[in-house]
Design a protein around this ligand. Structure first.
Ligand SMILES: CC(C)(COP(=O)(O)OP(=O)(O)OC[C@H]1O[C@@H](n2cnc3c(N)ncnc32)[C@H](O)[C@@H]1OP(=O)(O)O)[C@@H](O)C(=O)NCCC(=O)NCCS
Length: 316
């Protein structure tokens, strides 16, 4: 190998100082960097997510073992702003934020290609979306992999989500719920807002396009609802918003009774206490996640409405 300075001087178009530094780096790496030890990555571009990156997002999601279909991911990305990490022009990572009004957002689909992990891309992506999100409260549902990274960005644990799924068991229970074909969007959004503390009109409208709404009514007013839509390996129930446990069970039972033998998934906050009851309906524990927030509101005021199941782990 020629001497580094000699080689640097031969490089056209870069200053000798710059070229010398780069060449010394390459010389050091080629001669002395231990085989098998990950190199820090220096040439990553962080660019906005575009539709053309959709296939790579699906590839990364499948690599992690997540069940999202292309349609599931499009629903999320269509409501969100994303950043893509490019290494030599190839997608090596993604991260998104979904805004719910000016004061809240969900961070989601934070994935680094398994061959590129531990080299600073996760931190780079988080930096980018935290800047994009600005001063609002940021929430997410973390995997064990993501926890250490999120803690470094000021997220704190607020609870656990239990994922339960399986073939819906036959149930004989009577339910007062029914399908509502054209529910008042404002009615659903107000209930959801009261339950989760954020205005999610765009999300609810989008879920209504692909899903069906089961509701408990009092006259013409909806007092609790559950949305069923295709997701992953089958169908997903969520969000479920109700005034209490019995109402939530009535909504879920109504849907399961019509989906007996079909694969159904639900993601419930652990504090709802539905886990054992869901098992009796055929929906078995299948992992979960840790809810985190940059502004955990200790003692968030309780309202008439409560979230018994998430829209999904990405959106909350
Ligand atoms: C979570 C994930 C995005 C992290 O990406 P990454 O590129 O490996 O992360 P980085 O190399 O930027 O590491 C970021 C920081 O977290 C720390 N960190 C990352 N993984 C860690 C672990 N398992 N244990 C302890 N610390 C860890 C690093 O030390 C680093 O700290 P530093 O910047 O202060 O040195 C990646 O592991 C991943 O894609 N996992 C699978 C998908 C997933 O679970 N995503 C989270 C969804 S909520």
């Amino acid at each position: 190998m020629p001497h580094p300075v000699e080689q640097a001087e031969n490089r056209a178009g870069i200053s000798v100082l710059e070229a010398t530094a780069k060449t010394y780096y390459e010389f050091f790496v080629s001669e002395w960097w231990p085989d098998g030890l990950e190199l820090p990555v220096t040439d990553i571009d962080y660019v906005p997510f575009e539709a053309e990156h959709g296939d790579d997002l699906l590839r990364l999601s499948r690599q992690v073992g997540w069940p999202h279909t292309g349609e599931d991911l499009s629903l999320i990305t269509g409501l969100s702003e994303g950043i893509v990490a490019l290494s030599e022009g190839k997608v090596a990572g993604t991260a998104f934020i979904t805004r719910f009004g000016p004061a809240h957002c969900a961070c989601n689909l934070i994935i680094v290609d398994e061959t590129m992990r531990g080299r600073g891309l996760g931190r780079g992506l988080m930096n980018a979306i935290m800047t994009l999100a600005g001063a609002c409260e940021k929430r997410l549902v973390a995997t064990q992999d993501g926890l250490p990274l999120y803690r470094k960005f000021g997220f704190r644990e607020t609870g656990r989500i239990l994922q339960q799924q399986g073939l819906a068991a036959e149930t004989a229970s009577e339910s007062a719920a029914r399908w509502v074909d054209n529910p008042q969007l404002n009615n659903l959004v107000a209930l959801d807002h009261a339950a989760c503390g954020a205005p999610r009109a765009e999300l609810i409208a989008s879920l209504m396009k692909t899903g069906r709404v089961a509701a408990l009514e009092n006259g013409s007013r909806i007092e609790g609802f559950a949305i069923l839509r295709p997701f992953g390996r089958g169908d997903l129930i969520g969000p479920v918003v109700a005034s209490g446990t019995e109402s939530a069970k009535a909504l879920i039972d109504f849907i399961l009774a019509q989906y007996t033998g079909r694969f159904v998934r639900i993601d419930c906050p652990e504090t709802c206490g539905l886990a054992t009851w869901l098992e009796s309906r055929g929906l078995m524990p299948a992992g979960g996640g840790i809810t985190m927030s940059t502004a955990p509101q200790i003692g968030r005021s309780r309202t008439e409405a409560q979230t018994f199941a998430l829209a999904n782990q990405a959106l909350g």
